[in-house]
Design a protein around this ligand. Structure first.
Ligand code: PLP
Length: 317
């Protein structure tokens, strides 16, 4: 991950220089984790940079914000424009985009309702899975930390504070030498990876869970479901147990950062052949062809950064 190319950050309606994109130490969101955010990717395509499923990500941002009463002062179209302009200003093609909305500075009483700030940061983040892991597969562990239940905090909202749970899980996994953590829900069923959704494949059927298993409803998850169906696979959505993972022919994680990555081992036990399986490889290839504009099957998922924005942004910079 590198911020080197990021010279401009969009903050509360303006593109500001990196050094000016700071928040005050009294910001409410910093103290109480009261922010919501998105992770979006853009890809270089033959027609120039395109943002993948931007509308769906922004819809989820507004839905997350509504849960915490964060009123976003900008329309979806304004945020879309801000994102495209920011990518152009920074000269970014393949990159990760992080819109974040948070309660800013006014008071630190827990009941306070503070002004809301919105920031968009974009940077180059090539291989979040780790070098070679998308081909060779991830070694994961079942975390001692459980995924919180929606009766504790809505799991379908992407809020900053809830990531303490994910961070405990990934740090524990890394300390024990694993690539990623799988969290069980409070009933002991499979929930998801720390920041990814989970798919299992058995006898050519593809299994995944839903919000009843305390997961974030991932946009990559939805993309993979739609791609798999278009390839003729049956998708079974429901509760998944740890035994189902250990007994799977193939398993994979999906998320905007990691994209589509195979799991090859769970706590030292090989999944299937212990290597990326054929269905995972097919889903991965189709996914990458779609996001990079080489496969036009889901063309409507790509929001092309228009040449006008690209040219206009260069003139400002
Ligand atoms: C907890 C959690 N689950 C799943 C995902 C995958 O979601 P998406 O595919 O929308 O990035 C993420 C990443 O945002 C996440 O943080």
């Amino acid at each position: 991950m590198g911020f080197e190319k990021t010279k401009w950050v969009w903050h509360n309606g303006r593109q500001v220089r990196w050094s000016d994109a700071t928040i005050h130490s009294s910001a409410f969101g910093l103290h109480y984790g009261t922010g919501v955010f998105e992770g979006i990717r853009a890809y270089e395509t033959p027609a120039g940079p395109a943002v993948f499923r931007m509308k769906e990500h922004l819809d989820r941002l507004y839905a997350s914000a509504a849960v915490y009463n964060l009123k976003i002062d900008y329309t979806c179209e304004q945020l879309e424009e801000a994102i495209c302009e920011n990518l152009s200003l920074n000269g970014l093609g393949n990159c990760y985009i992080r819109p974040i909305v948070y309660f800013d500075s006014e008071s630190l009483g827990i009941r306070a309702v503070c002004p809301v700030s919105t920031t968009i940061l974009a940077w180059e983040w090539e291989d979040a899975a780790g070098k070679g892991k998308k081909e060779e597969g991830l070694r994961v562990t079942v975390s001692p930390w459980k995924k919180f239940h929606s009766s504790m905090m809505p799991t379908t909202a992407k809020s900053t504070g809830q990531y303490l749970n994910s961070i405990l899980a990934v740090r524990d996994a890394a300390a024990r030498g694993f690539d990623e953590a799988i969290l069980l829900d409070m009933h002991g069923n499979l929930a998801e990876g720390a920041v990814e959704n989970l798919f299992l494949i058995k006898d050519e059927k593809i299994y995944t869970n839903d919000e009843n298993s305390s997961i974030l409803m991932g946009i990559t998850r939805d993309s993979v479901i739609q791609i798999a169906r278009s390839l003729g696979y049956e998708i079974v959505i429901g509760t998944m147990k740890l035994e189902d993972l250990l007994d799977a022919d193939e398993a994979l994680l999906t998320g905007t950062a990691i994209e589509v990555a195979p799991i090859r081992e769970v706590d030292g036990k090989a999944i299937g052949s212990g290597r990326r399986g054929p269905i995972t490889a097919k889903l991965q290839k189709t996914y990458f062809d779609i996001v990079t504009g080489l496969n036009s099957d889901f063309r409507h998922w790509l929001h092309q950064v228009s040449p006008a924005v690209r040219l206009g942004a260069k003139a400002v910079a």
